[in-house]
Write a protein that binds this ligand. Structure first.
Ligand code: NAP
Ligand code: ZN
Ligand code: ZN
Length: 349
């Protein structure tokens, strides 16, 4: 077995603490990565608190993983020791269902193996990236350009692809009015992509103090969503809205801003269900949709796009010992705009 160590939650809402565990011995198709940085996603917080139900403990969170390859199995084609490599939210799937065949492994009809809080195809628990290393099948390992600063690139593996994929699917581009709800880890990546894709970008925020940042990061306009008059100026004008909010909020206020036939897509996953009166949708044949991460091929496309266009995340690097404090700060909306753990801080075991 592969000796691993990291930080885990022993049970729901328990603070993360040092944890030793084992990963499988690398097989012929496996890549072993020494993890250098791992981003801190709000999904890590939802799951360590079991806010979505069914959580598996002990839980080593982390799905924004970047590092260096230290070993490859003899059937591995595209990686060699010393290469930079990255792993996102998935580490396996069935590979033969229609969704897998369509390069959308996140929608696998049999079983997507998520990077943690999930059982793998052999029934063993998957452990995530708040750790020293990871063993992953080559088909789920991404290439990362040396042009990208490594720590600031790690959030691309979740916050990046989760916003890039729906923005491509719903064709955010020049001539379109695009709204981003929530300026957090996901929201600030959506802003950057919106600017890069040439759309007219409007940032919605509940935080007056984030206005200057939103403009700097690429917003053409910033709307304080608590200001009804400011919201009303945008009624019936948006081609697409991406909602990244992590907590309960009123979706109807945003649905009324969509044009006829336009779509609002949810990527945020609040603990409680939303209430949507039919009137919010039928008046202008509006659609409310959802999206989750993106397939492996599209994740590689996004990483290559970011390398070409110099797009990375705004980060604050922390040692692993500050992880519980970082979670509290995310919950207090005090992060600009992604914490990234420097895994060099993890003591050797
Ligand atoms: P985050 O950094 O905490 O950002 C969330 C933002 O939502 C905050 O910055 C804040 O923006 C806004 N917000 C927070 N509380 C609010 C409230 N009570 N009312 C209104 N707005 C509020 O979180 P994140 O890492 O970007 O993740 C966002 C959500 O996406 C989480 O639920 C996460 O689990 C989910 N997620 C989903 C996927 C997927 O595949 N679908 C992938 C990754 C993450 P303002 O200060 O600007 O208002
Ligand atoms: Zn995530
Ligand atoms: Zn499948």
């Amino acid at each position: 077995m592969t000796r691993s160590w990291g930080y885990a939650a022993a049970k729901a809402k328990a603070p993360l603490a040092p944890f030793k565990f084992q990963r499988r011995d690398p097989g012929p198709g496996d890549v072993v990565i020494d993890i250098q940085y791992c981003g801190v996603c709000h999904s890590d917080i939802h799951q360590t608190r079991d806010e979505w139900g069914g959580a598996i403990f002990p839980m080593v969170p982390g799905h924004e993983i970047v590092g260096r390859v230290v070993h490859v199995g003899n059937a591995v084609k595209n990686f060699k020791p010393g290469d930079l490599a990255a792993v996102g939210c998935m580490v396996d799937s069935c590979r033969v269902c229609p969704s897998c065949k369509h390069n959308e492994e996140q929608f696998c009809e049999t079983h997507t193996v998520f990077t943690y809080n999930c059982l793998d195809n052999n029934g063993a628990p998957a452990f995530g990236g708040y750790s020293n290393n990871i063993v992953v099948d080559q088909a789920f390992v991404l290439k990362i350009s040396p042009k990208l600063p490594l720590a600031a690139a790690s959030p691309l593996l979740c916050a990046g692809i989760t916003t890039y994929s729906p923005m491509r699917h719903w064709k955010v581009q020049k001539g379109k009015k695009f709204g981003v709800v929530g300026l957090g880890g996901l929201g600030h990546m959506a802003l950057k992509f919106g600017r890069a894709f040439g759309a007219h970008v409007v940032q919605f925020t509940t935080s007056p103090g984030k206005k200057e940042d939103a403009l700097r990061l690429g917003a053409d306009e910033v709307v304080l969503s608590t200001d009804t008059a400011d919201m009303d100026r945008h009624i019936n004008t948006f081609d697409f809205i991406l909602d990244t909010v992590s907590a309960d909020h009123d979706l109807n206020a945003y649905l009324s801003l969509l044009k006829r036939d336009a779509t609002m897509t949810l990527v945020g996953i609040p603990e409680k269900p939303a209430a949507i009166p039919a009137g919010s949708l039928i008046a202008k044949r509006r659609s409310l949709a959802g999206s989750t991460i993106g397939g492996i091929a599209e994740t590689q496309e996004m990483l290559d796009y970011c390398a070409e266009h110099g797009i990375t995340s705004e980060i604050e690097i922390i040692p692993i010992q500050k992880i519980n404090e970082a979670y509290e700060r995310v919950l207090k909306n005090d992060v600009k705009y992604r914490f990234v753990i420097d895994m060099a801080s993890l003591p050797m075991q």
